[in-house]
Write a protein that binds this ligand. Structure first.
Ligand code: MSP
Length: 507
């Protein structure tokens, strides 16, 4: 039996069209999922949409359509976007899916029967656009700490989840599982700012709007946001039924989330799972935001383009590579079209594209496309081969640590070395003298092997480009099991392959 790996993105609010910030998390989750598949894991990669709540109800009303009609259109576009970005999700969950809704109702009832949900009255400061309640002390200058807008005082009958009951258990869990939250700065933030000051019970139902999952035993209430949203990670596997899928994939190996929802995933979600007597996810990683001109990319601020415009203009792998490589995973980073162009030209075009086309062209020109291993090595070859042979382990390590940008740096270091190897060995000079034929073949063979190994790893990150490289090398793509099984002879044919990336001119 293969080892399993269950990875999730947050389920996104389809309150407006998706932007590059949503692509960011999803591309990274996709790369990790693909990497694990190549490594032989049985992967379950889930994404989806979080469709209930006042905000969507209000937006739909403004547009004169039902909430379902409103979200259906956005979700159709989102699915098209994921397809264009080559997102290889195994399951797309919608919180309006019938089976999700009934399972959420069952979970709610289960918690109520257990006494972990009770009826009370909610008074709180509520931010409508963020759908978040805040305490007085969390406000910044009297405004919502996330979006800076006004909050309203709201009072209504509501059901509560006994979050406070799980305070000690959570602290103990954090203590015993130091790697549960990453990066570690986020863990300290959770402990010091939220858990240790004392957890308050959590309001989990609403009567003030209708667009939500009704509480079965008290129909004027709809289940409010977090129990509906967070449980998506288990309802998709059939829970509360203990299905074979649930047994196989739960607990999740990795929840990837943005930094502003770490709190929900590392406090509320574990407490809910504790209440349900279920095992906790192995890791929650809170990543930073892509920002534009110093501010968060925001649907409400409208400071973004449809990501499909970038895909159309520069290619899917330019967008994927930027998301994976530009920003140290965990930190905030700037996004602009010009940095996307710079990154594409510098790495994909100059380092990768150039190397592949130069090498294949030389193989065709000097050896009619047939290059085998003459097995006579010089020191400079050993050096390159050593970088290639140790690459896979280095990338494995970086992926394990979720240092995605550094994983790509390792690969591009090797590609850069290959370019330097060409400059140092000067194949075009070797080609002038028949006596150097064996040496020349060695050089080209080593380059082709290096490219093959890099492309095998790059499949996880920029799959379309990796496929083009395999086509150029006229070999089948392979997985990690036989990455270091050398090709006996490259038969490149006679046709020069098209460039992988054209240099983009900035207007
Ligand atoms: N629906 C909730 C999540 C529920 S998960 C059980 C939600 N949705 S969201 O659409 O507002 O945000 C979803 C994710 O997108 C968050 O992790 C958020 O950090 C991420 N991003 C939204 N804008 C972003 C950027 N500009 N940059 C990076 N990620 C961003 O919260």
């Amino acid at each position: 039996m293969n080892k399993k790996y269950y990875i999730t993105t947050p389920i996104y609010y389809p309150s407006a069209e998706f932007h590059i910030g949503h692509c960011y998390t999803t591309i990274i989750a996709d790369a990790i999922a693909r990497y694990k598949r190549l490594a032989g894991y049985d992967v379950f990669f889930q994404t989806g949409t979080d469709e209930h709540g006042l905000k969507i109800e209000t937006k739909a009303k403004e547009k004169g359509v039902t909430p379902k009609e409103y979200v259906d259109e956005i979700i159709a576009n989102a699915k098209d976007l994921w397809q264009q970005l080559n997102i290889s999700y195994d399951y797309f969950i919608r919180t309006t899916d019938e089976h999700h809704m009934t399972r959420v109702q069952e979970i709610f009832k289960k918690l109520y029967d257990k006494g972990d949900i009770y009826k009370g009255e909610y008074k709180g400061l509520y931010c409508v656009p963020c759908e978040s309640f805040w305490t007085e002390s969390q406000l910044v200058d009297g405004k919502c700490p996330d979006c800076g807008r006004d909050v309203n005082l709201v009072a209504e009958e509501a059901y509560f989840f006994r979050l406070s009951k799980y305070q000690k258990q959570l602290e103990d869990f954090y203590e015993q599982n130091p790697d549960f939250i990453a990066p570690v700065s986020r863990k300290n933030e959770m402990l010091n700012n939220f858990i240790r000051p004392g957890l308050e019970d959590l309001c989990v139902s609403r009567t003030s709007f209708k667009w939500g999952i009704p509480v079965t035993f008290d129909e004027k209430h709809v289940i409010y946001v977090w129990i509906d949203a967070l449980t998506n990670y288990i309802t998709s596997l059939g829970y509360p039924d203990i299905t074979p899928e649930f047994e196989k994939y739960w607990p999740a190996d990795l929840h990837l989330v943005g930094k502003e929802i770490v709190r929900f995933h590392t406090i509320i979600w574990p407490a809910l799972l504790m209440a349900l007597d279920l095992p906790l996810p192995k890791k929650v990683f809170g990543h930073g935001w892509l920002i534009i001109d110093g501010g968060k990319i925001s649907k409400s601020l409208g400071n973004y383009k449809d990501p499909r415009e970038y895909i159309n203009a520069y290619g899917v792998d330019a967008v994927r590579y930027f998301a994976l490589r530009e920003v140290p995973f965990g930190s905030d980073g700037n996004f602009s079209e010009s940095s996307l162009i710079t990154r594409t030209n510098a790495d994909l075009c100059n380092i990768l594209g150039n190397l592949v086309s130069r090498t294949i062209q030389m193989g065709i020109k000097y050896f009619d496309g047939n290059v085998k291993n003459p097995k006579v090595y010089a020191d400079i070859d050993e050096d390159l081969k050593n970088s290639v042979n140790t690459l896979k382990d280095k990338v494995d390590q970086k992926i394990e640590e979720l240092k995605i940008n550094e994983a790509l740096e390792e690969i591009f270091d090797v590609l850069r070395k290959c370019n330097k190897y060409i400059d140092d060995t000067t194949p075009w000079v070797l080609a002038k003298d028949e006596e150097n034929k064996t040496r020349l073949e060695t050089v080209l063979y080593n380059l082709l092997e290096a490219i093959r190994v890099c492309a095998t790893i790059l499949q996880a990150f920029i799959p379309e480009t990796a496929d083009k490289i395999f086509k150029g090398l006229k070999i089948d793509n392979n997985n990690f099991d036989n990455i270091y099984e050398s090709v006996f002879e490259y038969q490149l044919g006679s046709e020069k392959p098209a460039n992988l990336f054209e240099r983009i001119k900035e207007e």
